[in-house]
Design a protein. Structure first.
Length: 209
């Protein structure tokens, strides 16, 4: 049954909301426009439509939340199944077999997953995103990396009582949750390596003042 959960969750993740909406409204292939990322930010940058960006955000968030909730219902709130669904839906979004491996960076989908398993992860991510964004050059990708790495560290080191208070389903031992968060954050981190590499190259070539 776990194999079916993994496959179905991956397929939910491959629903290419940004690709379909941008294609329908502009005729453009988001994979070859802007950053090439099939996600919220690139869909907004290509079209200039905040409404479109918001719709993509909500759909991608719903993918993550829906995949986990389906696993929870079918598997009677078993944590392993919920976590497996969460990881696979993010992988499906990030590495979409139907788009030849292209995909998004997983942030909105992972946010939906967090809401269905433990919103504390999302709270930590937002705090660390703001810290990274405002402390270092006000760059979105820097904020994303700071949020992702920071959330993983904070979840792993937060007091057990606080983590349990936010849990949406039983989890014994709690180490399972920590491992799950690490795996989910790893998927997001991998998809941010390229933009961070580009940023570092850009910063290294900036003339000294």
């Amino acid at each position: 049954m776990h194999i079916l959960v993994a496959i179905f969750s991956y397929l939910i993740g491959t629903i290419p909301s940004a690709y379909l909406l941008v294609k329908f409204l502009t005729g453009k292939d988001i994979r070859s426009e802007g950053s090439g990322n099939v996600g919220v930010l690139n869909s907004y940058e290509i079209t200039g439509s905040k409404l479109l960006g918001a719709i993509v955000l909500l759909i991608d968030l719903a993918k993550g939340y829906g995949a986990v909730m389906l696993a929870r219902i079918v598997m009677d709130n078993e944590f392993f199944s919920a976590a497996l669904a969460g990881i696979m839906v993010v992988i499906g979004h990030n590495f979409n077999v139907f788009l030849r491996g292209k995909g998004g960076r997983g942030l909105a989908t992972a946010a939906g997953v967090s809401l269905a398993i433990n919103p504390l992860t999302l709270i930590f991510w937002c705090i660390m995103w703001a810290t990274g964004y405002f402390a270092i050059r006000r760059n979105v990708h820097v904020g994303n990396i700071a949020g992702t790495l920071g959330a993983a560290v904070l979840v792993a080191t937060a007091p057990t009582a606080i983590v349990r208070w936010f849990m949406q389903l039983p989890c014994e031992p709690l180490l399972q949750h920590t491992i799950f968060v690490m795996f989910m954050c790893m998927q997001i981190f991998i998809r941010h390596l390229e933009p961070m590499r580009e940023l570092l190259d850009k910063w290294s070539n900036e003339p000294d003042e």
